[in-house]
Design a protein around this ligand. Structure first.
Ligand SMILES: Cc1cc2nc3c(=O)[nH]c(=O)nc-3n(C[C@H](O)[C@H](O)[C@H](O)COP(=O)(O)OP(=O)(O)OC[C@H]3O[C@@H](n4cnc5c(N)ncnc54)[C@H](O)[C@@H]3O)c2cc1C
Length: 408
């Protein structure tokens, strides 16, 4: 068994294989030299100095040793020979496999413009990125963040907490627009402005100003000049599917897999950020970037390989983002929703937005509303989900409904 990629998905795959009783040799190969680690703290606790690097690993090295999991860290797989069932490493070594799992993840997108490589310009994906950004934020006076998505807004909070002047440029008309409802975007806008962050919607980066190779400011598309000693580029990722493509596997912004997370080669699976899979929670296929997706898919594939169980992957997509005191949870996939219902109290900062597509509940966004969120998440996963008509009735109660569904 060979797993390529040692992020959350790869690490959870090898650990789950052993937990499911897989006895044959298992090797995880990862280009990063560190023990597999968790990325979410990199834009939260680690950036704030409240979490140290020792807390980041998914598991201690001793756990892999005890489970007889071979770790090839700091090694990149450069080729897959499918007929020969061999992977080639950049140090010239070769590993044979019966089963291969691709967990190659993604890389942060960089800006294709002059100045993008200047000192002071940061992306955030790896522990090295986070270490460099943390040091820069500790000294920064003016921070510009490009991209009002989760990572950009989490970094903005961290910078504001240090007292820096912070501006966020978001090209779209609202924050986190690809992932959350308009109601949640509006609430987040108020929250970040209240924190003193300058949020510039419908604006983007036109140029980066440098002096002697060092960042000194930016000009926005709207023509505003902003001073900057730190520029954080949080504009999404480029999926790492080139290895799969070179091996003749189908890719399309992600490695294409079926409902069992299997590529068109029945010996090769893909999991985590790199996998594009069909799901009943959205039309077409999706590629998701979340810990729950990486962990759930890893567990699913490991169990399928270890036990021969061939069920479709069917977990409700789930994601969280902590932007200081703004605690967001999202379940389901709400893209293309056409109606919403609000529960809870927006003014108290505790509410959920139920999102419906064609009259059916497809997802929920919540702010500090854990109990309602859990109930709604259960309903989103139900094969007989709630309709808009049901949910808008005066006596509708999420928790009662979720329990009723379970007891049927
Ligand atoms: C800063 C940050 C904050 C986040 N916060 C949250 C959050 O709050 N909540 C949440 O749910 N999710 C969050 N996420 C997303 C979540 O961390 C990712 O979805 C998850 O880490 C994906 O794991 P992965 O293993 O699929 O991919 P990755 O973590 O990208 O791991 C892929 C690994 O494969 C290696 N690799 C690639 N190609 C090769 C090769 N050819 N040979 C060997 N190795 C290779 C890479 O070097 C990398 O180590 C966050 C992500 C980031 C970056």
């Amino acid at each position: 068994m060979v797993v390529i990629g040692g992020g959350q998905a790869g690490a959870e795959t090898v650990l789950a294989l052993r937990a499911a009783g897989y006895e044959d040799p298992v090797t995880l190969v990862c280009a990063e030299p560190e023990l597999p680690y968790r990325r979410p703290p990199l834009s939260k606790g680690f950036l704030d100095h409240s979490e140290v690097s020792d807390e980041l690993p998914v598991r201690a090295r001793a756990v892999y040793d005890a489970q007889r999991i071979g770790l090839r860290l700091g090694a990149r797989v450069v080729s897959i020979d499918r007929p020969g069932r061999l992977v080639g490493l950049d140090d010239g070594d070769e590993l044979s496999y019966d089963w291969l799992v691709l967990a190659t993840g993604a890389e942060p997108r960089r800006l294709p413009m002059e100045g993008a490589e200047a000192s002071g310009v940061h992306v955030l994906r790896s522990i090295h990125d986070a270490d460099a950004l943390r040091g820069a934020l500790d000294k920064a006076q003016s921070v510009v963040v490009v991209g009002g998505g989760f990572i950009g807004l989490e970094v903005a909070v961290s910078a504001r907490k240090r007292g820096a002047a912070v501006a966020v440029l978001e090209m779209a008309p609202r924050l986190m627009g690809r992932a959350v409802s308009a109601e949640l975007s509006d609430y987040a806008l108020g929250f970040h402005r209240e924190m003193g962050t300058q949020i510039r919607l419908g604006d983007s980066l036109a140029s980066i100003e440098t002096s002697g190779g060092i960042l000194c400011g930016v000009t926005t598309a709207a023509g505003t000049a902003l001073p900057a000693d730190v520029l954080v580029v949080g504009v999404g990722v480029r999926v790492e599917d080139s290895l799969a493509a070179a091996a003749g596997l189908a890719v399309d912004d992600g490695i294409l897999v079926d409902e069992f997370l299997r590529t068109r080669d029945p010996r090769i699976f893909a999991v985590g950020d790199c996998a594009r899979f069909p799901t009943r929670f959205a039309p077409g296929s999706v590629r998701l970037e979340s810990v729950q997706n990486a962990t759930g898919q890893a567990l699913h594939v490991a169990t399928a390989i270890a036990t021969g169980n061939a069920e479709a992957y069917d977990e409700v997509p789930w994601f969280w983002s902590h932007q200081g005191d703004l605690r967001i949870q999202m379940a389901g996939l709400t893209t293309g929703h056409d109606r919403t219902l609000l529960t809870g109290a927006v003014e108290a900062g505790r509410f959920s937005v139920l999102c419906f597509r064609e009259g059916v509940l497809v997802g929920v966004d919540s702010v500090s509303d854990v109990r309602s969120h859990q109930s709604a998440r259960r309903l989103v996963g139900s094969h007989n989900p709630v309709t808009y008509a049901e949910a808008s009735a005066a006596d509708f109660d999420l928790k009662t409904r979720a329990l009723a569904r379970e007891s049927r």
